[in-house]
Design a protein around this ligand. Structure first.
Ligand code: SF4
Length: 63
């Protein structure tokens, strides 16, 4: 599974990296960064939780 982030709409709420700290992290301005280019299978559920809780819909899966 791969993720993409739209940094043009990320507002830096931090919900993604609070809820899925093994998948997302905060950059030095409070916006999101991906920890893994490709999410390992054991972190897919956590990744989905972070994605589903982004109020800006800034996170999506890449096929
Ligand atoms: S929850 Fe969404 S808007 Fe907030 S930091 Fe994460 S990607 Fe950005």
């Amino acid at each position: 599974m791969k993720l993409k982030i739209d940094l043009d709409i990320c507002q830096g709420h931090g919900r993604c990296y609070d809820l899925a700290p093994k998948v997302f992290r905060e950059d030095d301005r409070g916006y999101v960064e991906l920890i893994h280019e490709t999410v390992p299978p054991e972190l897919e559920e956590e990744a989905r939780k972070g994605k589903d809780n982004c109020p800006e819909l800034a996170i999506d899966f890449v096929n």
